[in-house]
Design a protein around this ligand. Structure first.
Ligand SMILES: [Zn+2]
Length: 62
């Protein structure tokens, strides 16, 4: 799954703010999101802008 709305250069530098791991593109319930498999968190992408805040991340694995 890809997120065509995000700038490639921006996508390249994105890392999980918690573990600094690589994020993968996914489709969240309301918006695209970037998921960290290590932390089991999904970070929302709002209007093409990733919100890399642990406080706003969605727990995965339900
Ligand atoms: Zn992480």
């Amino acid at each position: 799954m890809t997120n065509e709305t995000m700038e490639p250069w921006l996508r390249e530098i994105l890392r999980c703010p918690r573990c600094k791991g690589v994020l993968s593109d996914a489709a969240g319930p309301k918006s695209p999101e970037l998921q960290c498999p290590q932390c089991r968190l999904g970070y929302p992408v709002e209007d093409g802008v990733p919100v890399l805040l642990v406080d706003l991340a969605r727990p995965l694995g339900d």
